[in-house]
Design a protein around this ligand. Structure first.
Ligand code: MCU
Length: 417
């Protein structure tokens, strides 16, 4: 990562303590609230210990609260979502520190931004490069790439969307299983912090957004942001979008296991003889999750949630899941199944066309196929740029499978009032 004269002419610099609020005006496009975490004041029950967790064979009910009651109103989703977020961080991801724990200052211009974060007496800084669009008027909407965006970035820029590279591996390393506790996040919060790499990246993306909010010289509109990334960085893009409600549009690309795949369905694919990345394998490969997640290696059915609900954390904001049918290892059937089941959450909220899934094979890993460009354009137009007319009703796979709802879903989707 590098860019020219970030502190040169035209750059501005400012500093303020982030207070969880971000900006207070509402977004012109998606369902973003201008608030990183609207559920921060929800009362979350104590988490059960591992041994108290019941076995759940199917995909758990997104609408049943931890106290056993079913939610009935759209407004109830805020705190049900907060429960799922807390469960996912507690059992799988590790804690994403609250915004109040960090103070952010920044300087930058239209080619990049330097983000300085201090916390508890320590400080770090990182740079994110910016490529402004070739059309449109500032301030521009932007797509943040975890690592980088593997979409067609010229097409994005020619549509009026800036592309920002977030240096995730600098924030938390992901070389292999030995990377735990390495990276700038851990310099600030300590190498024993519970956050796995994805929670640490999500925290870093949130601090980048704080920085964009205070740096108008970047010409980026902090109220119109998307996040994407491919493969391991697609897992990270999902978690970043899941855990910061200032992000209007989340596009995990070929994220596979640990992203759009459900642990339970990936296990079933493996049981059917396929070569699929499962929970028991992934915890040995890298440090994307908290260390204690490995206790679920052979007991994914004990998780009180699965990734249909992790995707659901993006709701009511917009999510477009892009997958590759050819990638058995990534859990092709699992990602499509989990995505279609996740879409029930947007159904319940009355906005199914704010969540799309598109799965196309015939190309190599992370090579974005042109056949998916039209639906990507529709999501970008509607939820990032903010023209309401696009058709975002997208559910397609060219795979040779169908979703086994009887096996995976034994709950009803409510029509939330
Ligand atoms: C899809 O993400 C990962 C996958 O989980 C790993 O098993 C594999 O090693 O690498 C993929 C990836 O990030 O490829 C770039």
């Amino acid at each position: 990562i590098g860019f020219g004269s970030v502190s040169g002419g035209g750059s501005s610099s400012s500093s303020s303590s982030s207070s969880g609020g971000g900006s207070s005006s509402s977004s012109s496009s998606g369902g973003s609230s201008g608030d990183e975490n609207s559920g921060r004041d929800c009362a979350i029950p104590a988490m059960p210990s591992y041994s108290q967790l019941p076995d759940i064979a199917g995909l758990p009910d997104p609408f049943r609260s931890m106290d056993g009651t079913d939610i009935a109103a759209r407004d109830d989703w805020t705190c049900r979502r907060a429960e799922i977020s807390a469960q996912a961080q507690h059992f799988e991801l590790g804690e994403k520190p609250a915004p109040e724990t960090a103070s952010v200052s920044a300087s930058g211009n239209g080619s990049g931004i330097t983000v300085n974060v201090s916390s508890g007496g320590g400080s770090i800084s990182f740079n994110a490069s910016i490529s402004l669009p070739t059309t449109g008027q500032p301030p521009y909407p932007a797509m943040i790439g975890v690592g980088e965006s593997n979409l067609d970035n010229d097409a994005l820029r020619n549509r009026g969307v800036a592309v920002i590279d977030f240096p995730n591996s600098e924030i938390a390393e992901q070389v292999d299983g030995g990377s735990r506790g390495q990276g700038k996040f851990y310099q600030l919060y300590g190498s024993n912090h519970s956050a796995g790499a994805m929670s640490a990246w999500a925290w870093g993306v949130s601090r980048l957004i704080d920085a964009l909010e205070q740096t108008p010289a970047t010409e980026i509109d902090p109220e119109r942001l998307g996040v994407t990334g491919c493969s391991r960085n697609g897992k990270g893009a999902l978690i970043a979008g899941a855990l910061d409600e200032r992000i209007d549009l989340t596009i995990p690309q070929e994220s596979g296991s640990g992203g759009a795949a459900a642990w339970r369905v990936s296990d079933a694919q493996q049981d059917a003889g396929q070569n699929v990345q499962t929970l028991s394998q992934i915890v040995t490969e890298n440090v994307w999750f908290r260390d204690s997640f490995s206790q679920f290696s052979n007991t994914a059915t004990r998780l009180p949630f699965d990734h249909h609900e992790v995707m659901g954390l993006v709701a009511p904001r917009a999510l477009l899941v892009i997958e590759n049918t050819d990638m058995e290892w990534l859990g092709n059937e699992s990602t499509y199944t989990a995505s279609m089941v996740a879409r029930e959450i947007w159904h319940a909220l009355g906005i199914p066309d704010h969540m799309g899934v598109s799965q196309v094979g015939g190309h190599s890993h992370c090579q974005f196929p042109s056949s998916q460009q039209p639906e990507l354009n529709d999501f970008v137009d509607r939820f990032l740029i903010g023209n309401g007319a696009a058709n975002t009703n997208v559910t397609r796979t060219d795979g040779n499978f169908s979703v086994d709802y009887d096996r995976w879903v034994n709950w009803d989707t409510p029509a939330l009032q």
